[in-house]
Design a protein around this ligand. Structure first.
Ligand code: PHE
Length: 362
C-alpha cells in the first residue's frame, strides 16, 4: 500500500472509532489542522515540478476531500446521537406539580402605617413628610427643647459630624415632630396633618431599635381644645383596632412642645395563658401606653410664626412598629429590621390587601 493509502486508512479508521464530537475534532486537527498530515502534503505540492503536481495534485486533493467528508458525516452522526440522548434524558414531565411561586409581602410596619393613614384620611387628615436628616432648629429649638434637654445629648441622639465651616451639627431626626414645624412654617392654619416616617434614637432592646417609625399628628384651628384631642384619638384607636369604643385614660406627662401634655393608655388584659396568650383590649386591670399627646405649646406656635392668641391646636405622636407588634402579635421588635425573608413570609401581608376602612383594615 502507498503511504497515502495507509494514511487515508488510518484516518478513516480513527474517524470511525471516534465516539464523541470532540474526538472527531481531534482527528480533524491531526489531519487538516495547521500542522496536520494532509495540510503538510498540500503544502508540499508547492515544491513539486509541474508534472509531479499534475499527477499528485488530484490524489492529494481527493484524499483531503474524502477525509473532510468522512469527518463531517461522523460529526453529524454523533451530534444527532448526542441530541437523541439529551432528549431522552431531559424530557419534560408535564404531570409534575408547578413549583410554588415566591410572593413578596408587605412588612407589618408598612401595613400598619397604611392602616393608620387610611383611618386618619377618613378623619380628614392629609399626609405631610419631611427629611430624615434634620437640623437642630426643626428637631429641637422650634419645638421648645431647652438647651440642656437630654435628647440634645450624644447618648440619646445620632448627630452627624459638624459642618467644618458653620459648626452646625445635623441630627437624624429623633421624632417626626419636626414635620409639624415645617408644616406650620409653610402653610396657613387651619391645619390637619399626619406625618408618618422613620425616626432614630440610640436605643436597642426587645422593644427599642435605633431606627423606628412614628406617626405624628397636628391639628391647628380656632378654639381647639383637649376635648377635640381626646375625641380624635379615641376615635382613631377604636377604628384602628376595629373596636366599637375604647376605654382610654389620659395620664399627665411632659413634652417640651405641648402644654398640657399627656400619655394615652388603653385598658387591657396582657397576654397570659388564660386569654390564649393574646393581648385583649378594653378588658382587665392593666393599661397599655400607646401614644404621647398634648396642646401645642404657645412657644412652638410663635417659633413657626403663628399667633397663639388666634390659633390653638393639639399634636400627638406614636410608634408605628410598636402598634404593629401589639396588633399582630410580634414579640420582639429587633427582627422587624433584620431583613430576614422567612420572618417576612410569616408576618408579612399580601400586597393586594390594601387597608381600607370600608372593607376592613387588615
Ligand atoms: N414627639 C414625641 C415623641 O417622640 C411624641 C409627641 C408628639 C408627643 C406630639 C406629643 C405631641 O415622643
Amino acid at each position: 500500500m502507498t503511504d497515502l493509502a495507509t494514511l487515508e486508512l488510518d484516518l478513516i479508521n480513527a474517524i470511525g472509532a471516534a465516539t464523541t464530537v470532540a474526538e472527531v475534532e481531534a482527528v480533524r486537527v491531526a489531519a487538516l489542522g495547521k500542522t496536520g498530515a494532509i495540510s503538510g502534503l498540500l503544502k508540499g505540492m508547492g515544491a513539486m515540478s509541474p508534472e509531479e503536481r499534475r499527477e499528485q495534485g488530484p490524489v492529494i486533493n481527493g484524499l483531503r476531500d474524502r477525509v473532510t467528508g468522512a469527518i463531517a458525516a461522523r460529526k453529524a452522526e454523533l451530534e444527532a446521537a448526542e441530541l437523541d440522548a439529551r432528549l431522552a434524558a431531559e424530557h419534560v414531565d408535564l404531570t409534575l406539580p408547578a413549583r410554588p411561586r415566591r410572593k413578596g409581602g408587605v412588612h407589618p410596619t408598612m401595613q400598619v402605617m397604611d392602616e393608620m393613614i387610611a383611618v386618619f384620611a377618613g378623619m380628614g387628615f392629609a399626609v405631610a413628610e419631611g427629611p430624615d436628616i434634620e437640623d437642630d432648629f426643626h428637631n429641637f429649638t422650634a419645638l421648645n427643647f431647652p438647651p440642656k434637654h437630654p435628647a440634645r445629648e450624644m447618648h440619646d441622639t445620632f448627630f452627624l459630624q459638624p459642618d467644618p465651616e458653620t459648626g452646625e451639627r445635623k441630627v437624624l431626626r429623633t421624632h417626626t415632630s419636626p414635620v409639624q414645624v415645617r408644616t406650620m412654617m409653610s402653610q396657613q392654619p387651619p391645619i390637619r396633618i399626619i406625618a408618618p416616617g422613620r425616626t432614630f434614637r440610640k436605643d436597642s432592646d426587645a422593644t427599642h431599635t435605633p431606627m423606628f417609625h412614628q406617626i405624628e399628628g397636628l391639628v391647628i384651628g380656632k378654639d381647639i381644645h383637649m376635648g377635640h384631642l381626646k375625641t380624635t384619638l379615641k376615635e382613631f384607636v377604636a377604628r384602628f383596632f376595629e373596636l366599637d369604643d375604647v376605654d382610654a385614660r389620659f395620664r399627665p406627662h411632659h413634652f417640651p412642645f405641648t402644654e398640657p401634655s399627656a400619655e394615652m393608655d388603653i385598658r387591657c388584659d396582657r397576654p397570659k395563658p388564660e386569654n390564649g396568650g393574646k393581648l385583649v383590649l378594653n378588658q382587665g386591670d392593666d393599661w397599655l401606653e400607646i401614644l404621647g399627646c398634648g396642646m401645642v405649646h404657645p412657644n412652638v406656635l410663635r417659633s413657626c410664626g403663628i399667633d397663639p392668641d388666634q390659633w390653638q391646636g393639639f399634636a400627638f405622636g406614636m410608634g408605628v412598629d410598636r402598634l404593629a407588634m401589639l396588633k399582630y402579635g410580634v414579640a420582639d421588635l429587633r427582627p422587624m429590621f433584620e431583613a430576614d425573608v422567612r420572618w417576612l413570609a410569616h408576618y408579612g401581608f399580601s400586597a393586594f390587601a390594601a387597608p381600607n376602612p370600608a372593607s376592613g383594615l387588615s
